[in-house]
Design a protein. Structure first.
Length: 357
């Protein structure tokens, strides 16, 4: 019987175990978005994970929404990531990059020429943007014109080419957590009246076009997609998430992706979530299914052995435990995570969590 420590193939990506390091924003790159030596150390320390998914990584200058994110669209960024992938591969690990466009979850101070953030519709999110000058009120984003969408798809294509050149084992399209593609999917943020809004088919159109474009470059067996059907984080909602995300799951089946990565609830203790049957989504999904949200060893093993998931992504435990796989394997105690050092800072709370002695 399989458990977290059994190997598995997600499409073309062969994992030595089913413990995945979830994408985690850490805000510790340089301000030109180039991954640095500290980032290399951090990822290499965690190479015993079956798969590392990098922190969400902007695909263009307009895709940024927080300080000190690494990017994946310039030559210098590719060179920086190459050091990361080489270090992870040297330790026998696998690593994919999460391709990110934040859409409205940004601020003019983070964007070229103080541009307005872009979104499917001009709807301001509740809450505050994280900027170099501290927290600032979100602004009302500019609704993307239909004619601008091909250029956004081209940004995903360019970032995918950059990712392959940087040596990644694949890419994950971030379509979750209230960022651009999720803003198109859910009708709380998508009020469009063109063929990108309204019906489920229309709201899913941009994601499908992005996936098709990325798959054409990387190969479907190296592409995953992340969804978060009921995560309210970033002021998100949908009038019928079960219908919408069942539909998206079935449409994605056509691409024969490496995996579907599902945030099975709300993140950042974002409050009440709407009811949702993730088992149904899993049943509809023809690719490998990666589950994520506050799993621990027992729940992770249960998800694998029951057939609910093919792999399980762990976030906070991987921040605090570079050797999380070995600790779970041997039932060694875990380091506590220090939430004050999650976002930004130095090696403290980043690369200085001890391996088990
Ligand atoms: C965050 O920085 O809080 C963040 C980033 C990407 C996500 C979720 C949260 O998908």
């Amino acid at each position: 019987m399989s458990d977290l420590f059994s190997p598995v193939k997600l499409g073309a990506i062969a994992l030595k175990n089913r413990m995945v390091m979830a994408p985690l924003t850490r805000n510790r790159s340089s301000n030109d978005g180039v991954p640095n030596d500290l980032n290399v150390t951090y990822y290499a320390q965690r190479a015993s994970a079956g798969l590392i998914i990098t922190e969400a990584t902007p695909i263009s200058a307009m895709a940024h929404g927080y300080p000190l994110l690494p990017g994946i669209y310039t030559d210098a960024q590719v060179a920086g990531w190459k050091k990361v992938t080489q270090a992870v591969h040297a330790k026998g690990g696998k690593i994919v990059i999460q391709l990110w466009h934040v859409g409205r979850i940004s601020h003019p101070s983070l964007l070229p020429n103080q541009a307005l953030p872009v979104a499917p519709s001009a709807i301001k999110p509740a809450g505050k943007a994280v900027t170099y000058e501290g927290l600032q009120d979100f602004v009302t984003p500019r609704a993307l014109m239909r004619e601008e969408l091909p250029a956004i798809i081209q940004e995903y294509e360019h970032a995918t080419r950059c990712a392959l050149e940087a040596g990644f084992d694949g890419v994950e399209v971030h379509s979750a957590n209230g960022y651009l593609l999720d803003q198109f999917l859910r009708d709380g943020t998508n009020h469009r009246d063109d063929e990108y809004g309204g019906s489920m088919e229309n709201r899913a159109r941009l994601l499908m076009q992005v996936v098709q474009a990325v798959v054409a470059i990387a190969g479907a067996d190296k592409v995953g997609v992340r969804l978060s059907p009921v995560n309210p984080f970033n002021d998100m909602q949908d009038s019928n998430p079960q219908a919408m995300f069942n539909y998206v799951t079935q449409q994605l089946n056509a691409y024969k992706l490496a995996y579907l990565h599902v945030v099975e609830g709300g993140i950042h203790s974002g409050g009440e979530t709407q009811p949702f049957d993730f088992a149904e989504m899993r049943r509809l999904c023809n690719s490998a299914y990666m589950a994520n949200l506050a799993y621990d060893k027992a729940r992770g093993n249960a998800a694998i052995s029951s057939g609910h998931a093919d792999a399980v992504a762990f976030g906070v435990p991987f921040i605090a435990n570079p050797d999380l796989v070995e600790r779970y394997q041997h039932d060694w105690p875990l380091n506590e995570a220090d939430s004050n050092s999650f976002y930004g800072g130095t090696e403290k709370g980043y690369t200085d969590y001890p391996f088990y002695q």
